[in-house]
Design a protein around this ligand. Structure first.
Ligand code: DGT
Ligand code: CA
Ligand code: CA
Ligand code: ZN
Length: 584
């Protein structure tokens, strides 16, 4: 699937046009095309081949021609021509934190810098600092940005970002006069990976140099014991690398005045694409929107409270989880936003492992932990025999475990343990256990653990065939990806979703932050196809059940309501739901 590569091409054309100073409207339209393509769940080549691409909203004649050219020849002439207008290594400058197209344009035009190496030397000789719009501080920040880039491994997982955010907020709360601390950016939106952590702070008025004055807040942050490196420390903004247990994380802290706090929260939560849409609406209404507030002429009409920004723009309040310009702005206009699934709606967990396979708890311990979370049920889903490394259960061991769970339920009050299995989908699409054994289970999840690199046709067919089994209630981690470690299988997700709808099979939203699988955009398509989502933590310990919020957030980012999520059913409703497929 070439969607990502093609999207990257359009993005790059926009970057180059910005650097050489082309028309703003054309630049924005190229960025929009890039976004449409990267958000597309279907293989764009297939859409093109079946004459459906022209019907995708936002794809105009000229972009269609470029896409056609790309698939015919492997490149786009307009892109080649743009590339020819800049030095070969110039675009590498864009990967430096703190350098956008504007900055690249400035150093290229004024200092004739054409590569990262030349930028480094411009910093060392002081030429960058002398450039208008840069200065000593910014030049030093870019130097550290280069250093950070040379060391860093790219984007981090949500759990890593949360850990860093937690360390910083704990430290900030210790400062006198602090009133509010608001994580923003991709972390607040619960995006699947995080570039850097953004935190907003406000404090009651303090005299200069007193504790709680903006500079002092930034200083407390940049001198905290867990800071490995300071990238920038200004009057109201500090940027530093936090050393967490697992990795270094860049954190930006901004001190904001209380009467702009809502506007700042809105602006710095993003996404950039969402903000662009809001600003368009503001301009149409003859208003001005920025991180300080919403203005009519010189008069501030909203600022302290985030909700009021949306309200004054004529929009329903949009949950941060939806702020990706994926239709939420239109829906907010039409009062058609979904009432999102919430952690409090969750009545159980579908995916937990015990000591019998590769977990670390007894079923009874998981049951206690689930009851403490106010759940009504928890499904034990240990591996099956083909997952030998994970000590998968033989049919005999599974039969014994079912008995053990039934006995346990006789003793338990207020919580039901469901006897389940995470049964392996074998190479030919058949399952690791026969139907007779599966029929004894309360809930069955099936998943692929081998041959993930097989061709698209193969992994797709395997998955579709597993769904045909009347006892398979859910496909676990349908794409098989491990964020930062392993690519998703080349699986035809629209086909999987369609077949799930036809076979009354749920799709898992695996809540483990390494997985988040289904991912948000696929959740949205599944919901539109009337497929139920089953959120599972894939817990290997009692503590692991605590990963549920990541799964709920991912489903919500896919616009899931309570009705779309299987975990909101009561035990009785769930039983009926399972039975419906078996008696079909
Ligand atoms: P990340 O850090 O890559 O995971 O993603 P974000 O969304 O946290 O992005 P970041 O840290 O660069 O900026 C935080 C937010 O600030 C972003 O979501 C929207 C806002 N923002 C930053 N730069 C711009 C900009 O140039 N234009 C607009 N409209 N908003 C921006
Ligand atoms: Ca960020
Ligand atoms: Ca940032
Ligand atoms: Zn599992």
């Amino acid at each position: 699937m070439k969607n990502a590569a093609l999207s990257e091409l359009f993005e790059q054309m926009a970057d180059i046009m910005e650097i050489i100073g082309e028309d703003r409207f054309r630049i924005n339209s190229y960025r929009r095309i890039a976004r449409i393509i990267s958000d597309m769940p279907t293989d764009i080549e297939i859409l093109l081949a079946t004459d459906r691409l022209a019907k995708v909203p936002g794809i105009g004649k000229s972009s269609l021609a470029k896409i056609e050219e790309f698939f015919k020849t492997g490149s786009i002439t307009a892109h080649q021509e743009l590339l020819a207008r800049i030095p070969p290594h110039l675009l590498e400058l864009l990967t430096i934190p703190g350098m956008g197209p504007k900055g690249v344009k400035a150093v290229y035009e004024r200092l004739n810098v054409t590569s990262v190496a030349e930028l480094k030397s411009a910093i060392q000789t002081g030429r960058l600092a002398e450039l208008p719009g840069f200065g000593e501080k910014k030049a030093a920040a870019i130097a550290r940005g280069i250093e950070f880039l040379e060391k860093s491994t790219g984007r981090i997982r949500l759990d890593q970002a949360l850990e860093a955010a937690h360390m910083v907020t704990e430290c900030l709360w210790d400062i006198p006069r602090i009133e509010r601390i608001q994580p923003a950016g991709s972390l607040r939106r619960r995006a699947e990976t995080i570039g850097d952590v953004d935190i907003l702070v406000s404090a009651r008025k303090a005299k200069a140099r007193a504790k709680g004055a903006p500079e002092q807040i930034i200083q407390s942050f940049t001198t905290a014991p867990f800071i490995r490196e300071v990238l920038a420390a200004g009057q109201t903004k500090g940027s530093a690398v936090v050393e967490t247990l697992t990795c270094p994380v860049q954190v930006d802290v901004r001190v904001v005045s209380p009467d702009s706090f809502g506007a700042a929260a809105q602006y710095f939560t993003g996404s950039k694409e969402h903000n662009v849409r809001l600003r368009e609406i503001a301009i149409k209404a003859k208003l001005k929107l920025n991180e300080y507030g919403l203005f009519k002429g010189d008069k501030k009409v909203a600022g302290p409270v985030e909700e009021e920004i949306y309200q004054k723009l004529g929009l329903d309040y949009i949950d941060p989880l939806l702020r990706e310009d994926r239709g939420e702005v239109e829906a907010a206009k039409e009062h058609a936003l979904p009432e999102l699934i919430d952690l409090a709606d969750i009545k159980g967990d579908f995916h937990a492992h015990t000591l019998a396979s590769d977990g670390s708890c007894e079923p009874s311990e998981l049951a206690e932990a689930a009851r403490a979370l106010d759940y009504k049920y928890i499904c034990i889903a240990d591996h099956s025999r083909s997952s030998a490394i994970a000590n998968g259960l033989s049919p005999k061991r599974l039969a014994a475990q079912i008995k053990q769970i039934r006995k346990l339920n006789d003793k338990l009050k207020g919580i039901t343990v469901l006897a389940g299995s995470e049964v392996d989908i074998l190479a030919d699409g058949s399952l690791d256990f026969d139907d007779k054994l599966l029929a004894d289970l309360d809930f069955v999840i099936a998943s692929i653990h081998s041959g993930l690199a097989s061709p698209r046709e193969k992994v797709t067919t395997r998955t579709l065939k597993a769904m045909d089994n009347p006892y398979v209630n859910c496909i676990a981690h349908p794409s098989g990806r491990l964020l930062g470690q392993r690519e998703a299988m080349d699986i035809d997700m629209p086909a999987v979703i369609q077949h799930a709808a036809q076979t009354h099979t749920a799709l898992e939203v695996n809540a483990n932050p390494y997985r988040l699988d289904l991912k948000d955009t696929h959740c949205k398509i599944a919901i539109e196809a009337n497929v139920k989502l089953a959120i599972g933590t894939d817990a290997h310990s009692a503590q692991g059940l605590g990963l549920m919020p990541f799964g709920v957030a991912t489903a919500a980012r896919g616009w899931a309501t309570k009705a779309d999520v299987l975990n909101t059913l009561t035990g009785r409703q769930l039983k009926a739901w399972v039975k419906a497929k078996r008696t079909k």
